[in-house]
Ligand binder design. Structure first.
Ligand code: UDX
Length: 439
């Protein structure tokens, strides 16, 4: 049977999953309470920057497999399988995650569920949430236990969301019945036929896999950044250290790039929510190391500001500082907890004239931080700069010509916050080149 799918929540995850599941041949209906977002998606206008996604969205709108609505009633009537793709942001002023969007979605959808269906949670949640939502779902649905919950964490990376959705490196299914497993195996049959690794487990394990994966990745980044701190003290070179570590295939080189550290809508808030939840469960000692992971990460931002101030002679007053990059990472327009913008704002608060340029996140940055200046290109942003900071490693910044950039700045000084440039080339072109964790 070809199931009809709904995606409840059409943000990053929901929009991507909607378009990609339609691309796989399913009929898909996306649902969101945000009428403006729904209107844009229905018109083929993707509200986020994600390489390759708009094309897939438009193709599947045109072939009729994909539609969007604000009506939960319509979604309930349409879908055999409902995916929950809602955000779980950090609660203001505390570490825990706010899961109220998930609760609201179940409360809106469940009262219309009059025939058998499977509801699949994809959001990143504190362990224990799925069990609670499962009880709520059967309590509120007219079909009762005929509406069943499963948990299926996603691991998609921004910038690679299409590939990660169509070709996931593993599928994790937290299920409470054989029926749920059977439906999920059918939904993912094309991936399972390719021998994509599959882990079938219970709700709490499925919930934990996701936060454990993000905690591990964050730890790996903070590990190498802790080594960068030691390298700075010992006049050693963390880029070469990281390279040497990477050849040990037990360690590997991925997520071992020293620099300004992690940001974005997932890693920072997920490790904090994980600590908060472990505390509630009485297992807080197990995760105290994540507090260090977070602290190391935040210290990189402070170190970046210090290094930039050193290059402007001990004060930012009267100095123009160019910040290349506003997105939390390249190939994204996402500025949530962006290390680059954090540094830009701090320098501006300390009296510097900050001009930012980002190839995709410019408008988001301008809206969030109108007090900063913005240039329309790297060269325009760098005009008369006393120091240039490379804070998000977009390819176009890596490709910058040191001579061309040198001809517009006031002083040839650059801090490579992502260890992305070839130091030799820049020094040969007369630049004072500095990087985090390197002599
Ligand atoms: C992450 C997870 O990778 C993904 O599996 C999960 O589903 C959501 O969270 P994403 O937020 O898109 O995805 O970003 P990711 O590519 O993981 O990068 C996270 C941050 O770490 C970025 O700010 C990046 O710049 C930084 N990073 C990454 C480093 O500082 N060093 C590295 O070596 C790698």
């Amino acid at each position: 049977m070809a199931y009809r799918l709904t995606m409840v929540g059409t943000g990053y995850l929901g929009a991507t999953t909607s378009a990609c599941m339609a691309e796989l041949g399913f009929e898909v209906l996306g649902v969101d309470v945000d009428a403006e977002k729904i209107a844009r998606l229905q018109a083929g206008d993707l509200p986020i920057y994600e390489p390759g996604l708009e094309e897939i969205l438009r193709r599947n709108l045109a072939n009729g497999r994909l539609r969007f609505t604000t009506s939960y009633e319509e979604a309930a009537a349409f879908g055999d399988v409902h995916f929950l793709c809602l955000g779980t942001p950090q609660k203001p002023g505390e570490y825990g995650a706010d899961v109220s969007y998930l609760d609201a979605a179940i409360e809106s959808l469940a009262p219309f569920l009059e025939r058998e269906c499977l509801v699949i949670g994809k959001s990143t949640v504190p362990v224990g949430t799925a069990q609670r939502l499962s009880e709520k779902l059967t309590r509120l649905a007219p079909i009762g236990s005929g509406a069943e919950l499963a948990w299926n964490p996603e691991f998609l990376r921004e910038g690679f969301a299409v590939k990660d959705t169509l070709y996931p490196d593993r599928i994790v299914l937290g299920v409470a019945s054989e029926r749920a497993e059977k439906i999920m195996r059918e939904v993912y049959s094309s991936m399972l036929e390719r021998q994509t690794p599959l882990v079938i487990t219970d709700y709490p394990t499925a919930e934990l896999v996701k936060v454990a994966a993000n905690a591990f990745l964050a730890t790996k980044i903070s590990f190498v950044n802790a080594m960068a701190e030691v390298c700075e003290a010992a006049h050693a070179d963390v880029k070469q250290l990281s390279l040497a570590l990477s050849f040990d295939d037990r360690i590997g080189g991925k997520f071992l790039n020293p620099g300004l550290g992690f940001g974005g809508g997932c890693l920072p808030k997920d490790i904090r929510a994980f600590m908060a939840r472990a505390g509630e469960l009485g297992a807080d000692q197990a995760l105290t190391f994540l507090r260090e992971v977070d602290a190391i990460n935040m210290r990189r931002r402070a170190r970046m500001v210090d290094l930039a101030r050193e290059l402007t002679g001990g004060s930012f007053h009267g100095c123009t500082v160019t910040v290349l990059g506003a997105a939390f990472k390249p190939n994204s327009d996402d500025i949530r907890d962006s290390p680059a913008l954090d540094v830009a704002v701090t320098i501006s608060q300390q009296g510097g004239r900050v001009t930012v340029y980002d190839p995709a996140a410019q408008e988001n940055a301008r809206r969030a931080h109108p007090q900063l200046s913005y240039g329309e290109s790297a060269l325009e942003a760098a005009k008369d700069a006393h120091v240039v900071l490379l804070l998000t490693e977009w390819q176009e910044f890596i490709d910058l010509d040191p001579e061309a950039l040198g001809s517009v700045v006031a002083r040839r000084k650059i801090v490579d916050g992502r260890n992305a440039l070839d130091a030799e080339i820049w020094r040969e072109a007369g630049w004072h080149y500095r990087a985090l964790g390197r002599p």
